[in-house]
Design a protein around this ligand. Structure first.
Ligand SMILES: Cc1cc2nc3c(=O)[nH]c(=O)nc-3n(C[C@H](O)[C@H](O)[C@H](O)COP(=O)(O)O)c2cc1C
Ligand code: SF4
Length: 449
C-alpha cells in the first residue's frame, strides 16, 4: 500500500521551492518541535518506534537519548547526516533530497533541536551532483530566514566516492579530513564522534521522516506498519521490473506486491528467479520466498533484511555465478584494506567465482568458496567484508545446482544470455573520474573545530 509521508506532496507540487513547501504547511513541524523541550521531542521519537533507515535499523529515539546533555559534556554537539548512499541497488536518499529538500532540512533542524546542536553536517555522496545542487539551492533560499534556521549552521560536505565512507565512523574520519576507514568501537559516536564530541549520525530518510512524526505525533505514526517496523519506507525497486523507481510503502507490504504491484511485474512477462531484498549486501530470496512482509521480523525469519531498501529483481535468465562476480568485485574494490580477512577474502572470492564462470574450477573449489566466506564472517572490524560473504554464500546456498553445473559443464550454462547489464552496475563502471565541480561549496568555520 502506498502511504506517502516522506515523499508526500511531491507529485503535485514543486516542493524544492520554499514558498510551495511553506504553503502546504512546511516547517510547521519545526515550529511545533521548538515549542517542545528537546527531551519531549526525543520522547515523541521513542513513541513513534522509528528505526534508522540507513541499514542497521537502530531505534532513532534511543540513539538521540544516548547524547549527553550539554551540562554532562560541554563540547559542541554535532548532527551528521549520512547521505553517502553507495549500496548497489539503493537510490532512495537521492530522490528524497532531490524532491523534498525542505522536508529533509526541516528534519535536520528538528533533530538538531532534540540533541541540542547548532552544527549540522550533511555528508553527501560525491557523484550526487543533482541532489547536491537542489540542496544547495534550498539552503540558499533559506539563507535569510533565521526564523527557520534558528542559529543552526548547515554544511553540505561532498564525499569523494568511497562506499566505506557510508559506514558511520569512516564517514566521520573522512569528514575530519582523514582517510575514510572505520574506527574501532567503542567509543561510539554518541559520546566521541566528530572531533571527539557527542555526535548523532542518521540517514537521510530517517531524518526526513522526523517532520511527519512530529506533525502526526509519535503514537499515531506507530499505528502504521507492523511490530518492530513502524511507519513507512522508501523502497528502490530496480532490475527486471516494468516500473523501476522509488516507492514509499507502509512497512509490512508483501515483497510480491513490491514486484508485481508497484513494480508492474517482471519485464516482458518473464519468470521471476530471485530478488535481492535490501541492497547488494543482503541474503537473496528465491522466487518462491516472496510471499513475505517487507519488514524486519518477516525478513529476519528468512535470514535476510530490509537493509537500505534496494529491491533488485532478477528474471529467469540471470546467472547466479555472474551475479556473485559482480557483487564480489564490488566489495573487493571497496574494501578499505584495514582487515586481512576482508581485503584478501573478497579478492579470493572473486578469483574462485571467475574460475567457476570460466569453467576452470575444480569440484573442491565450490566448498572452498564457502569456506572463504566463512573465514571472513565475524572476523572484521566493520560489516563490509562479512556482508559480501553472506550475500555470495546465499547464492550458493539457494542455487547450488547452478554453481555445480558450471563445474560439470566446464562453463557457464547461461553464457552471454544472462542479462545482468540491467542489474547493478559492474565495478568497472565505478570509475573515479573527477566529480563535477559545483559552485556554492561551503566550508566549515574553523571556530567549530
Ligand atoms: C559498509 C557500510 C556502508 C554503509 N553505508 C551507508 C550509507 O551509504 N548510508 C547510510 O545512511 N548508512 C550507511 N551505513 C550505515 C551507517 O553506518 C549507520 O548505521 C547509519 O548511517 C545510521 O543512521 P540511521 O540510524 O538513521 O540508519 C553503512 C554501513 C556500513 C557498514
Ligand atoms: S571489514 Fe573491510 S572495509 Fe571494513 S574495516 Fe575491515 S577491511 Fe575495511
Amino acid at each position: 500500500m502506498a502511504t506517502e509521508l516522506v515523499l508526500g506532496g511531491a507529485a503535485d507540487r514543486d516542493l524544492t521551492k520554499l514558498a510551495e513547501y511553506e504553503d502546504g504547511g512546511g516547517y510547521g513541524a519545526l515550529a511545533k518541535a521548538r515549542a517542545m523541550t528537546p527531551q519531549a521531542v526525543i520522547d515523541e521519537l521513542v513513541a513513534s518506534e522509528l528505526r534508522g533507515r540507513g541499514g542497521a535499523f537502530f531505534p532513532t529515539g534511543r540513539k538521540w537519548a544516548f547524547i549527553p546533555k550539554p551540562d554532562q559534556n560541554p563540547n559542541p554537539h554535532y548532527l551528521v547526516v549520512n547521505a553517502d548512499e553507495s549500496e548497489p541497488g539503493s537510490f532512495k536518499d537521492n530522490e528524497i533530497m532531490a524532491l523534498v529538500p525542505h522536508r529533509f532540512i526541516e528534519g535536520c533542524l528538528i533533530t538538531a533541536h532534540a540533541v541540542e546542536s547548532v552544527h549540522v553536517f550533511i555528508y553527501i555522496r560525491g557523484e550526487y551532483t543533482g541532489p547536491y545542487e537542489v540542496l544547495s539551492a534550498a539552503l540558499d533560499e533559506l539563507g535569510s530566514r533565521d526564523d527557520i534556521l534558528g542559529g543552526v549552521a548547515i554544511v553540505v560536505h561532498r564525499g569523494a566516492g568511497a562506499y566505506i565512507c557510508g559506514e558511520e565512523t569512516a564517514l566521520l574520519e573522512s569528514l575530519e579530513g582523514k582517510r575514510g576507514q572505520p574506527r574501532t568501537k567503542p567509543p561510539y559516536p554518541a559520546t566521541q564522534g566528530l572531533y571527539a564530541s557527542p555526535t548523532v549520525v542518521n540517514n537521510v530518510e530517517t531524518v526526513a521522516t522526523v517532520p511527519p512524526i512530529i506533525e502526526l505525533g509519535g503514537a499515531e505514526y506507530a499505528k502504521l506498519g507492523v511490530p518492530d517496523s513502524r511507519g513507512t519506507r522508501v523502497v528502490s525497486i530496480s532490475g527486471h521490473v516494468e516500473r523501476p523507481g522509488n516507492y514509499e510503502i507502509e512497512n509490512g507490504t508483501s515483497v510480491r506486491e513490491l514486484i508485481y504491484g508497484l513494480g508492474g511485474g517482471v519485464t516482458g512477462g518473464r519468470e521471476l528467479k530471485a530478488v535481492i531484498p535490501g541492497g547488494s549486501s543482503t541474503v537473496i530470496l528465491r522466487y518462491d520466498e516472496i510471499d513475505v512482509g517487507y519488514d524486519f521480523n518477516s525478513l529476519l525469519a528468512l535470514k535476510t533484511a530490509m537493509g537500505s531498501a534496494g529491491v533488485v529483481v532478477l528474471d529467469d535468465r540471470c546467472c547466479m555465478v555472474q551475479l556473485g562476480i559482480r557483487i564480489s568485485e564490488f566489495y573487493e574494490h571497496e574494501s578499505c584494506g584495514k582487515c586481512t580477512p576482508c581485503r584478501e577474502g573478497t579478492r579470493w572470492m572473486t578469483q574462485i567465482l571467475r574460475r567457476l564462470e570460466a569453467g576452470e574450477a575444480e569440484q573442491h573449489e565450490l566448498d572452498l568458496l564457502l569456506d572463504v566466506c566463512d573465514r571472513i564472517n565475524g572476523k572484521c572490524l566493520c560489516p563490509l567484508g562479512e556482508t559480501a560473504a553472506i550475500a555470495v554464500a546465499s547464492y550458493v546456498d539457494k542455487f547450488r545446482p547452478e554453481f555445480q553445473a558450471h563445474i560439470d559443464e566446464m562453463g557457464c550454462p547461461f553464457g552471454d544470455s544472462s542479462p545482468l547489464h540491467n542489474v547493478l552496475a559492474p565495478v568497472a563502471m565505478h570509475t573515479h573520474s573527477p566529480v563535477a565541480t559545483v559552485p556554492h561549496e561551503q566550508t566549515c568555520p574553523t571556530s567549530w573545530l
